[in-house]
Design a protein around this ligand. Structure first.
Ligand code: FMN
Length: 392
């Protein structure tokens, strides 16, 4: 893993973080900002880590490698402890003007930051906003503690305790590997059921929840197949993306891909009905009411439940009434291992929103998750999957 060290008094604690990680058999490479070297010498980290410390991105490493790329590729976690207000701001806004900030943009590894600063800096709206922005993009934050700060003030902003930072790093590393070797099929987005060449029936699903679930599964080491209805989202990197339109196309794609998968997550909002026939030409306007004949589509989740075997099945229940009760029934009826129930009538949650709140329902009980980013929610869902499968 990579330990980033930035310019503040707490930089000396990074030495303890490094030692503790080594005690837990983690190989640590250190990247320092120029300002960090004003607080602790690079020699200390070089001697402790037994690797060259990376500070100057314009200095070539061994065999002329470009280290901000090679380290970014090799890293399984980037932990920045302590993280200054300055570095958090650069991370949030994509400024890459030194080795650490360039590496941050170049890595696909999970990132964990442990902020440390004066209480007024920590409460400054721009710092609050930057941290919120980073959280919503999946960066983990080891919250600072409250107490006497190096500057003499009393308040929040003190670097978290070393054991807490190390525990958070170890948890992130184990999450990182929680789906290694697995093949996961995730469905996402709405389906579109054509009425005629210009009209269709669909729903408000944006696809975000399924895309985040697929991305987090990829980041945790899974081989991912994303079966997606039409969305405006860019195709995620590092996975097979199968684009479909209708419920029947989605059912066929899932039937083809699921046999090779140990886990299927059905996050798509699949139409329950489709027009009995698609009119070949545009249906003409008439006087009076118009009727549309609808027939049921294939229930993909039910089909997966029937052919379940040892496959782990994740279902989603979007409800506007009796959320938990309906989701519980659906879980039992469709032989789903983990049901993610969300109340789509709630403000700021669900369809088309970047945030969601959910209740996870499984054979062991129920976990209520408050409103959080869909990326964070995806992390919590995969955490629960790991727990349930470990117990099975
Ligand atoms: C003695 C001293 C202590 C500092 N402590 C902190 C701190 O705890 N947190 C912080 O965000 N900045 C602190 N700073 C300010 C940073 O060093 C400064 O913003 C610097 O530009 C950060 O550079 P870097 O983020 O590239 O390491 C401190 C500066 C000095 C001189």
């Amino acid at each position: 893993m990579v330990l980033g060290v930035t310019g503040c008094i707490g930089a000396y604690k990074a030495c303890e973080v490094l030692r503790e990680l080594q005690r837990r058999d983690v190989d640590v490479h250190v990247v320092m900002t120029e300002h960090a070297t004003r607080f602790v010498g690079a020699m200390t980290f070089e001697a402790l880590s037994r690797h060259p410390v990376f500070i100057d991105q314009f200095a070539l490493g061994a065999e002329s490698e470009i280290r901000h790329v090679s380290l970014a590729d090799a890293a399984d976690l980037l932990l920045v402890a302590p993280a200054t207000a300055n570095v958090l701001g650069k991370f949030a806004r994509g400024i890459a003007d030194d080795a650490l900030t360039t590496l941050f943009l170049g890595t696909t590894a999970p990132v964990l930051v442990a902020p440390a600063m004066n209480v007024n800096m920590f409460r400054h709206p721009v710092v609050v906003e930057n941290l919120e922005m980073l959280r919503s993009r999946g960066v983990g934050v080891v919250e600072p503690g409250t107490g006497y700060l190096a500057c003499g003030w009393l308040g929040e902003g003190r670097l978290a305790e070393v054991p807490d930072i190390v525990d958070a790093a170890m948890a992130a590393l184990s999450r990182r590997r929680s789906l290694a070797g697995e093949t996961v099929v995730v469905t996402a987005g709405p389906t579109v059921e054509d009425i005629d060449p210009v009209r269709f029936i669909s729903n408000r699903s944006s696809g975000r929840m399924g895309y985040r679930l697929a991305e987090v599964a990829r980041d945790r080491g899974a081989t991912v197949v994303l079966v997606t209805g039409p969305t405006v989202l860019p195709a995620p990197r590092g996975m097979e993306v199968v684009a479909v339109r209708s419920a029947e196309e989605m059912a066929r794609a899932v039937a083809e891909k699921a046999p090779g998968a140990g886990i299927v997550a059905m996050a798509a909002a699949v139409s329950d009905y489709r027009p009995a026939a698609v009119a070949p030409g545009k249906i003409k306007k008439q006087d009076g009411a118009q009727k549309l004949d609808l027939v049921r589509t294939t229930d993909i989740l039910e089909s997966l439940g029937e052919a379940k075997g040892t496959r782990f099945l994740i279902g989603f229940a979007a409800e506007t009434d009796d959320l938990v009760e309906n989701a519980r029934k659906k879980r039992m009826a469709k032989r789903v291992d983990l049901m993610v129930a969300n109340d789509v009538s709630r403000n700021g949650a669900g369809f088309a929103s970047e945030k969601n709140a959910a209740v996870l329902i499984d054979a062991k009980g129920q976990t209520d998750l408050p409103l959080m980013s869909k990326r964070e929610l995806a992390e919590r869902i995969w955490d629960r999957v790991a727990e349930l499968r470990a117990r099975a």
